[in-house]
Design a protein around this ligand. Structure first.
Ligand code: SF4
Length: 179
């Protein structure tokens, strides 16, 4: 409980002030957003015990190969699993762990998915900007953020470290007793 309160104070109070001050001194937005993501992740890992009964994996639309015409935002399981992008591996992972899996085209859709699915915990993959705003919006739900990789620049054929996603998901699947 104490760690949850500390996380809320940091995410909703300390970070916005730190952001304003550090921006005024010329620190880059992405660097500050990574501070929020890393700090929040560390606090969630200290706070959350046991197994989440409803675990949501949220992915950005830009992880889908740009030449793929299959509509996966309404239902990610429309994916033909050709393996040309990581959506296939992420569906396999969600199947293996029995998870809810959604692809969001932006913050508004992601927020709607969270309201509709009422997860106990979230693993979200996105860029610094979307992850930092998502972590703030979803508080107090424990959310672990995994940064995407952008070998072709922002919002195009992005990638993610599958081991990092698996590690974050498994963190919420532990059979550990809660206090
Ligand atoms: S794995 Fe293949 S079918 Fe599925 S979204 Fe990626 S490119 Fe499209």
């Amino acid at each position: 409980m104490m760690i949850r309160v500390a996380r809320g104070l940091f995410v909703k109070g300390v970070y916005p002030l730190l952001y304003l001050g550090a921006r005024a001194l010329g620190t880059s937005k992405e660097r500050l957003q990574r501070v929020l993501i890393n700090t929040s992740n560390a606090l969630v890992r200290r706070e959350f015990k046991g197994k989440a009964s409803r675990l949501l994996l949220l992915l950005p639309h830009c992880i889908q190969r740009d030449e793929c015409n299959i509509r996966i935002t309404s239902n990610v399981f429309n994916c033909a699993r050709c393996g040309k992008c990581e959506i296939k591996s992420l569906i396999d992972l969600a199947d293996e762990l029995g998870l809810q899996l959604f692809v969001a085209t932006g913050g508004t859709l992601a927020r709607r998915v969270v309201v509709e699915t009422r997860p106990e915990a979230i693993v979200a993959v996105a860029c610094e900007r979307d992850l930092s705003s998502g972590i703030s919006d979803t508080y107090p739900i424990p959310t672990l953020g995994v940064l995407n990789e952008r070998p072709f620049g922002p919002c195009l054929n992005t990638r993610v470290n599958l081991d990092a996603v698996r590690d974050a998901l498994l963190f919420f699947c532990r059979d550990e007793k809660r206090e």
